[in-house]
Design a protein. Structure first.
Length: 114
């Protein structure tokens, strides 16, 4: 769970703000920190999706991302959160389109190599 708290701490948000942004019960992160409760799968998925990291990373099962990479991700998330909702929706759509294109290119490349 170290990576879970590392990423939350690096977000420059207090626990309540993060809980509110991703739809967690108020005070639940503090309960995780003090060992009263452990985060459930649904909560971990929400956090992983919000910070764009894998579940394996959050629970310490994959190599950590570089500090620089994580810092850049946080900076981008913070910048995007300051945009109005219409701009956020537009950018989200553009990113999804780029990711689909990238997946298609990788699939095509794999088929050509086979």
């Amino acid at each position: 769970m170290n990576n879970l708290f590392k990423i939350i701490n690096k977000s420059n948000m207090n626990d309540f703000t993060l809980e509110k942004k991703i739809g967690l019960t108020r005070g639940i992160i503090a309960s995780w920190r003090n060992g009263k409760y452990k985060p459930g799968t649904d909560a971990l998925i929400k956090i992983a999706d919000y910070f764009n990291v894998s579940l394996d990373y959050l629970v310490g099962r994959s190599p950590p991302q570089s500090v620089d990479e994580l810092g850049i991700q946080q900076e981008i998330i913070q910048d995007l959160s300051q945009l109005n909702q219409a701009s956020q929706i537009f950018i989200h759509g553009e990113i999804k389109t780029m990711l689909k294109y990238q997946q298609q290119m990788e699939k095509t490349k794999g088929e050509q190599q086979a």
